[in-house]
Design a protein around this ligand. Structure first.
Ligand code: HSE
Length: 406
């Protein structure tokens, strides 16, 4: 019998207990042994809930029980999750988690401890909820040199942008609706400011490129400045605006990683990823393009990914599953050198202003839409961020700029 302990009986933790109970027969068959949750750790009481029978409030009970070989950390946040994870690994127990903050901050250290103790630290559910991408990077794509890993990694912002595009609503109204429908957290700052997607791309790019990328080093913009007008312009040329997290391999062993809203066209596989769905696009040098799509959040999809890790841990009791993520820092290009096209909205009329814009930006594509008489938009040729900034300073009346991959 394999015995696990679940730390935290919140949304994901209770989902883990539910998945293990409901699918116990098939899970135990796949493990090759019975799998049981022996303890659930939480500070709260759950009167009337069957979990009360296995509920403990003292972590030492789990730590000191030699029967518990797997610890499932679904507490979230940094502390005490970090301390509990470290203690479990040092005690020779394997750990799996959905905690992206912890993985992004301490992943390489925790993996090193796991390796030293010949156990494992797995985190499939930390990126893209139920989308199996971490194991794909660690197993199926190990013959590839990964050239790019990009994605829509945040369900809340994708829901908001999809809603704005469908209804023509402004950001604040779409956010309120997302909150009313339970899609956005009461404090959605980490989502809308791009920080949640930033942590996820830090994890994915560290695994794809094998070196540690601290999330604080990633240039990150959220979606709070995207307006209904921006989306109307994008739609008029058949494009959508998505919050993309992008990591690309550049020359000289360096990488370009950023999170920002991006205008994309229908030829981009991420174009039709709508609502709360997430998708991860991977370009390999042999494989070419591939994409992984699914529920990026939610109790049972996330819990399913966590339990997939539990099965993996149960199958590798004293055998470290190798992951390429060293503690050596990733070499990033200067953000000013990152290249793209730029969609720019500017006040005035094309007839009056275009000659000046062309003098600065050269050949641009202009966009005018009915009802917008005192402004228009243009899309530049590809250039570096630094070049764009220098040119932008020479133009007056810029209303908004969004990067464009079209
Ligand atoms: N707040 C996250 C999202 C949850 O909206 O995608 C999953 O990490």
């Amino acid at each position: 019998m394999i015995k696990a302990a679940v730390l935290g009986f919140g949304t994901v933790g209770s989902g883990v207990v539910e998945v293990i109970e409901r699918n116990n027969e098939i899970i135990s068959k796949r493990v090759g042994d019975d799998l049981k949750v022996k303890y659930v750790l939480d500070l709260r009481e759950f009167p009337g809930d069957p979990v009360s029978e296995i509920l403990v409030h003292d972590y030492n009970i789990i730590l000191e029980d030699p029967e518990v070989s797997i610890v499932v950390e679904t507490m979230g946040g940094m502390n005490p999750a970090y301390e509990f994870t470290k203690k479990a690994l040092l005690a020779g127990k394997s750990v799996c988690t959905s905690n992206k903050e912890l993985v992004a901050e301490h992943g390489p250290e925790l993996m090193r401890i796991a390796k030293e103790k010949n156990v494992n630290y797995l985190f499939e559910a930390s990126c893209g909820g139920g989308i199996p991408i971490i194991r794909v990077l660690n197993t199926s794509l190990t013959a590839e040199v990964i050239e790019e890993i990009s994605g829509i990694l945040n369900g809340t912002t994708n829901y908001i942008l999809t809603k704005m595009a469908a209804d023509g609503s402004e950001f604040e109204d779409a956010l309120k609706e997302a909150q009313a429908n339970g899609y956005a957290e009461r404090n959605p700052e980490a989502d809308i400011m791009g920080k949640d997607a930033c942590r996820k791309i830090a994890i994915l790019s560290s695994l794809a490129f094998g070196k540690h990328l601290s999330w604080e080093r990633i240039y990150t913009e959220g979606i709070a400045d995207i307006t209904a007008a921006d989306i109307k312009y994008a739609k008029s040329i058949g494009c959508s605006i998505k919050l993309l997290a992008t990591a690309r391999s550049m020359e000289g062993g360096r990488y370009s990683v950023m999170v920002s809203p991006v205008l994309i066209g229908p030829d981009n596989p991420l174009y039709s990823v709508n609502s709360v769905f997430n998708a991860v696009f991977v370009r390999g040098n042999m494989l070419g393009d591939s994409m992984f799509y699914g529920s990026g959040a939610g109790k049972l999809p996330t819990a399913s990914a966590v339990v997939g890790d539990v099965v993996e841990l149960a199958k590798h009791p004293n055998d470290n599953v190798m992951m390429e993520w060293s503690e050596e820092p990733m070499d990033l290009i200067d953000q000013g050198m990152a290249r793209s096209r730029f969609f720019v909205r500017v006040n005035g009329t094309a007839a009056g202003k275009l000659p000046d814009i062309q003098k600065v930006f050269g050949n641009v594509e202009t966009i005018s839409i009915p009802g917008f008489t005192d402004e228009f938009a243009f899309v530049t040729q590809e250039m570096s961020e630094q070049e764009y900034k220098e040119k932008e300073a020479k133009i007056s009346g810029i209303l908004n700029m969004i990067r464009a991959r079209i």
